[in-house]
Design a protein around this ligand. Structure first.
Ligand code: AMP
Length: 283
């Protein structure tokens, strides 16, 4: 496995592969790998000639007071796990190699970035779009792979590549969960034992709401029941949002006659946990 920190070297190697006719898959990550990340890498391994994984805790997607400085890091372990997953190239840049002091260009998809996580993280997705655009230009992959855990991110990236004409296919992969249902996340490391035991209730609530949706077709009533369920079952959590939105446009749905995304974010201790479930589909 190549481990590269220099963007120019990354570009050169990816270009050589491309000239040989090899098709590459890019998996952008912030590291501290878990089975969710590894599922993306394995999919990439099975579906491409070359697998490129970027590991970069992108400062541009963190707001003031967020966890940029405490984001969990274990490069040695990540390196071993990537190698075991059959990754060809691990890209580990310094922030200064990707953002020059004079950096002044941002890629934004404002409408899709405003709801859900965008309400409390107003600059998050422009940071995500900008870094993903840079990584796509450096690696020119045939496919880039993202997790449905970050559904809003996936919807925004799909829009960005269509609108800017990036010659890449976007693959969205299912959420990988712990046995108790908690969606895997690097940020689960912030949970102490007690809160870790409570965290699966986030997904349990979404599953209950899916059952209620068989009878309750009014999104507002359904979301109110879910809010009350969380307040009762997990009073130590602070609800950031609970929403039912169109899976593509992320606009709030007024009725439940088509498929809808049920999306939630909760603060639990130091961790902000997000999760989602498609209603009207089997997931
Ligand atoms: P992150 O390192 O958290 O930025 O995530 C890197 C990629 O892994 C993103 O495309 C995430 O959506 C995806 N990912 C994170 N957690 C999971 C999970 N539990 N299941 C599937 N994909 C995930």
């Amino acid at each position: 496995m190549h481990v590269i920190t220099d963007p120019h070297q990354l570009r050169t190697l990816c270009w050589e592969w491309r000239c040989r006719g090899d098709k590459a898959a890019l998996v952008p990550t912030m590291g501290f790998f878990h089975q969710g990340h590894l599922s993306l890498m394995r999919w990439a391994r099975q579906n491409s000639d070359r697998v490129v994984v970027s590991l970069f805790v992108n400062p541009a997607q963190f707001g003031p007071g967020e966890d940029l400085d405490s984001y969990p890091v274990d490069w040695e372990r990540d390196r071993d796990l990537a190698e075991q997953a059959g990754v060809d190239l691990l890209f580990l840049p310094e922030a200064s190699a990707l953002y020059a002091p004079a950096h002044a260009t941002w890629v934004e998809v404002p409408e899709l970035s405003a709801p859900l996580c965008g309400r409390t993280r107003p600059h998050h997705f422009r940071g995500v779009c900008t870094i993903v655009a840079k990584l796509l230009l450096l690696t020119l992959p045939e496919v880039a792979v993202f997790g449905q855990k970050d559904w809003q991110q996936l919807a925004i990236i799909r829009r960005m590549v269509v609108d800017l004409g990036f010659p890449v296919r976007i693959e969205g992969r299912p959420i990988v969960r712990e046995q108790d249902g908690l969606a895997m996340s690097s940020r689960n490391a912030y949970l102490d034992e007690e809160l870790r035991a409570r965290a699966p209730l986030l997904y349990a609530g979404l599953c209950r709401a899916r059952q209620w949706a068989d009878r309750e077709r009014d999104p507002k009533a359904l979301l109110l029941s879910l809010r009350q369920w969380y307040e009762r079952e997990i009073p130590e959590a602070r609800i950031d949002y609970l929403e039912l939105v169109d899976p593509d446009t992320l606009a709030r749905v007024e009725t439940l006659d088509r498929s809808a995304l049920l999306a939630a974010a909760l603060h639990l201790g130091r961790a902000r946990l997000i999760d989602n479930l498609l209603l009207g589909h089997t997931q």
